[in-house]
Design a protein. Structure first.
Length: 94
């Protein structure tokens, strides 16, 4: 979970980061809409990932942002493991 100032308060690896400089965070805070980021480098691991971010609201006010990440390598594994026949191709489009 990310606080409105961009600092993390709850995360699975118990390391604190600040994401106030990330586009996905600022878009959620400004619009109140869910966001799927473009691929970016994780501040924790350095791996390329995609971030899914959703606002946490209380009485209509955004009180935080819930984020989850998926490594691009995991997406590539799913796509390359798909059996699409002899001439099929898989694409990831945002």
């Amino acid at each position: 979970m990310v606080q409105p100032d961009g600092g993390t308060t709850i995360n699975s690896d118990r390391q604190s980061i600040n994401v106030k400089d990330r586009d996905y965070f600022n878009t959620v805070m400004l619009t109140g809409n869910d966001v799927i980021s473009s691929p970016l480098f994780s501040k924790l691991t350095g791996n390329v990932c995609v971030v899914f971010a959703s606002p946490i609201k209380l009485k209509g006010e955004i009180i935080g942002v819930m984020i989850g990440t998926v490594p691009v390598s995991a997406i590539a594994t799913v796509l390359t493991g798909s059996n699409l026949g002899p001439s099929g191709e898989a694409y990831l489009v945002k």
